[in-house]
Design a binder for this molecule. Structure first.
Ligand code: S3P
Length: 431
């Protein structure tokens, strides 16, 4: 499937974006092992979250679609999941596979999880290593580093104190979720605070969660009773980022993106765009189900370059491709360092964005752990590849709005992973 994008004058209007993908996954997982019925509102319609739903249905959880963005989950309780009759398929979703492994490690049954071609190339040892330390019986291809991964009933899980070498919410969450099934206190520390949706949601469901060192260390008391309830999921800032970038770049633009999650562990893109000179205002700030939410107003403004490294990375890791697009139009040299994790995403995002923006005429250079981008440089429309990565495809679409001529993004059906309806929304608000 091809997505064709032409240069646009401005973007304006008020939109909403799909529900937060990270929060949607966690809501299905925790609701499935809780007591009672959870009603989700604002659930992500992306294929990734549907993979999580499918896996839990295969383990006997009754999950109903109750209208657009609405899902009703009949909790099976902490010990109510059933052995799946077939292999669980996480599709393209790293979050599904890594978090699910934490839960499967605590089950008294055998299970196997696999994924698509991209997911089967991604490292799983980062979660398998700590889960084994907890006593999990878990194996994977390539010496336990790649899916398919098999998990069998272990004896008693032990709580651990795990110091994660990388700031990864997926690693942290897998250990905490496994900690639900271990007797005693399981603790995870990370070098920099990564997205903290799991901690917030565990707390929301009534688990005993403690946080220290500004949140970089979290511990959970095992075997809680998790209580179901109503959860309102905010719009995904990672999806909003594409419209924020378009609003920053296209002259005369004014966009209001309503109901966006602005959790500080996710909103690095807003801080960074503002540092680049963007005109962004957060309106109607509020908290819903333990997560900060706001309406984001963006108006076009001239951007200048920025340097991003170190502790700033985790809060905008998924937004580096769209930031690279904005940097091509910003005055000066943008330098992104310490972002080697991007090489382990749905594709090697450093390589992919450098290659594709380079094809469009950008002055962009790949470094081992980041990118160097000179701006402003006029872009030219051309034929680009998504590299089977939803965020690369959408970033190139926004690049196409400022490029001369037509940009054709091949294999753009992959956008359905996180943002069904992206193209229609884009067309609707352009003039
Ligand atoms: C996610 C964590 C991040 C992020 C991914 C979603 C999550 O990955 O890039 O898109 O929902 O926990 P890492 O944990 O590998 O940093």
């Amino acid at each position: 499937m091809e997505l064709r994008v032409c240069r646009a004058n401005r973007i304006s209007g008020e939109i909403t974006v799909p529900g937060d993908k990270s929060i949607s996954h966690r809501a299905v997982m925790l609701a499935s092992v809780s007591e009672g019925i959870t009603q989700l509102e604002g659930f992500s319609p992306g294929k990734d979250c549907l993979s999580t739903v499918r896996c839990f249905k295969q383990m006997g959880v009754h999950i109903e679609d109750s209208g657009p963005g609405k899902v009703r989950i009949h909790g099976a309780g902490l010990y109510g999941l059933k052995e799946p009759e077939n292999i669980l398929d996480a599709g393209n979703s790293g979050t599904t596979m890594r978090l699910l492994l934490g839960i499967l490690a605590g089950q008294p049954f055998f299970s196997v999880v696999t994924g698509d071609d991209s997911l089967r190339q991604r490292p799983m040892d980062r979660v398998i290593t700590p889960l084994r330390l907890m006593g999990a019986e878990i194996w994977g291809r390539k010496q336990g580093s790649r899916a398919p991964v098999a998990v069998s009933a272990s004896g008693k899980l032990q709580p651990i104190k795990y110091s994660s070498p990388i700031p990864s919410a997926q690693v942290k969450s897998a250990v905490l979720l496994c900690g639900l099934f271990a007797e005693g206190q399981t603790t995870v520390s990370e070098p920099v605070l990564s997205r903290d949706h799991t901690e917030r949601m565990l707390d929301w469901f009534g688990a005993d969660v403690q946080r220290y060192d500004d949140g970089r260390t979290v511990s959970i008391k095992g075997r809680p009773v998790l209580r179901a309830g109503q959860i309102k999921i905010p719009g995904d800032i990672s999806s909003a980022a594409f419209f924020i970038a378009a609003g920053c770049l296209l002259p005369g633009s004014e966009m209001l993106i309503a109901n966006v999650g602005i959790n500080p562990t996710r909103s690095g893109i807003i801080r960074t765009f503002k540092e680049m000179g963007a005109d962004i205002t957060l309106l109607n700030k509020r908290e819903e189900c333990g997560e900060p939410v706001a309406d984001v107003l963006v108006r076009q403004a001239p951007l200048h370059s920025v340097e991003i490294s170190g502790r700033h990375l985790p809060s905008l890791i998924d937004e580096i491709p769209i930031l690279a697009v904005a940097a091509t139009q910003a005055e000066g040299t943008t330098v992104i360092r310490d972002a080697a994790e991007l090489r382990f995403k749905e594709t090697d995002r450093i390589k992919a964005i450098a290659l594709e923006l380079g094809r469009m005429g950008a002055a962009i250079k790949e470094t081992p752990d980041g990118l160097i981008i000179e701006g402003p440089v006029p872009l030219k429309g051309t034929v680009c590849l998504s590299h089977g990565d939803h965020r690369i495809a959408m970033s190139l679409a926004i690049a196409g709005l400022v490029a001369e001529g037509e940009t054709i993004i091949q294999d753009s059906g992959i956008i359905e992973i996180s943002f069904p309806g992206f193209r229609e929304k884009l067309e609707q608000f352009l003039s």
